[in-house]
Design a binder for this molecule. Structure first.
Ligand code: NAP
Length: 307
């Protein structure tokens, strides 16, 4: 047991990600007390039953009152309204942080609302599962995974260090990225693979009944992995595509061009082109394994090709 890093911690949203880091705080005594805010009685009662919150409220402003650390762990589209609601109750010196999967729009939504003397440290754990809600969290979720910090210029270094310390205690490796760069990288490593999975599973769903039933029966041939990814939270992923629109559209444009090239290679029987690409991509997989980034399950950062 170590001394608490933060006296009072407020969670706005206590689902998979929020409850997982709350479990770490409980396990290692990193928070003096924890108050959780969510919309539903069910989520709040579960947080109390699991012992990951001392108090609960449906009002973000109440949760943020007197908090040393406010962790925003809700879908990214909620950020603006949450930041506006907590702003009057934030105490000077408080740190506000988040775990959202898109960073430029998160900063744009939160920063303008925060009073002078309150520090915003945006972050993103590259870890997750396809499950939602406080009951699906676990305290080892972040072990050996990246936690990316994307501070806007001028962010207080002491606040950054405290947030980094929290995630280091959760077992994460810390890295720092420009918010826009983060969004471009994640567009190709995470967002596009999800879009492809959603598309393939959607296409299969629209097939004639006799084919559809066999798709499920023989799904071990690759389709199964796509269905796992495509089972990820619909609201969270809706927000990710809307909030990271430019980067996703840019990567989607490139993908469409490459796909058209492959389509042509197949039509004209150009085996050399196909084989050259498949050899190149096999090397990429080796690089991922060598970097220790192949450990399932973690749909947000594990595209179907990696399992
Ligand atoms: P989740 O399990 O669905 O939990 C979301 C939480 O937010 C719930 O407690 C929900 O409460 C609460 N909530 C939603 N809207 C709210 C509002 N307007 N005011 C207060 N509370 C609200 O989601 P999650 O997977 O933990 O994701 C949370 C964040 O982490 C997202 O921004 C996501 O981009 C990011 N993230 C997710 C993953 C992943 O793999 N899942 C990985 C990295 C980052 P109710 O249950 O009462 O609605």
């Amino acid at each position: 047991m170590t001394a608490p890093l933060f006296d009072r911690v407020a969670f706005i949203g206590i689902g998979l990600i929020g409850s997982s880091i709350a479990r770490v705080m409980r396990r290692d005594g990193l928070a003096g007390s924890i108050i959780a805010c969510a919309r539903s009685d069910e989520t709040l009662n579960t947080a109390l039953e699991l012992g990951i919150a001392d108090e609960v409220t449906k009002d973000p402003a109440v949760a943020a009152t007197g908090a040393d650390l406010v962790m925003i762990c809700t879908p990214v589209s909620t950020y603006g309204a949450i930041a506006a609601a907590i702003s009057p109750s934030l105490k000077p010196g408080a740190i506000v942080t988040d775990v959202g999967s898109v960073k430029a729009s998160a900063i744009k939504a939160v920063l303008p609302h925060l009073p002078e003397g309150v520090h915003f440290v945006p972050g993103h754990p590259i870890a997750g599962t396809e499950n939602s809600g406080p009951e699906s969290g676990f305290d080892t979720l972040f072990e050996g995974r990246w936690f990316l910090i994307t501070p806007p210029p001028g962010t207080d270094q002491g606040a950054i260090d405290k947030v980094a310390e929290l995630w280091t205690r959760a077992g994460s490796n810390i890295d720092y990225l420009e918010p826009e760069h983060h969004d471009q990288v994640l567009a190709i490593t995470s967002h596009l693979p999800h879009l492809i999975a959603y598309t393939i599973v959607g296409t299969a769903t629209d097939l004639e009944d006799h084919i559809k039933s066999e798709v499920v029966k023989y799904s071990a041939s690759g389709f199964r992995d796509f269905t796992r990814i495509a089972a990820s939270d619909p609201v969270m992923w809706r927000d990710i595509f809307l909030e990271n629109r430019d980067a996703v559209l840019e990567m989607l444009g490139r993908l469409s061009e490459d796909l058209a090239g492959l389509q042509r290679a197949i039509r004209v029987g150009d085996g050399d082109t196909l084989e050259a690409l498949f050899r190149r991509t096999r090397e990429i997989r080796r690089g991922v394994v060598d970097a220790g980034q192949h450990i399932p399950p973690s749909p947000e950062d594990e595209p179907p090709s990696s399992t």
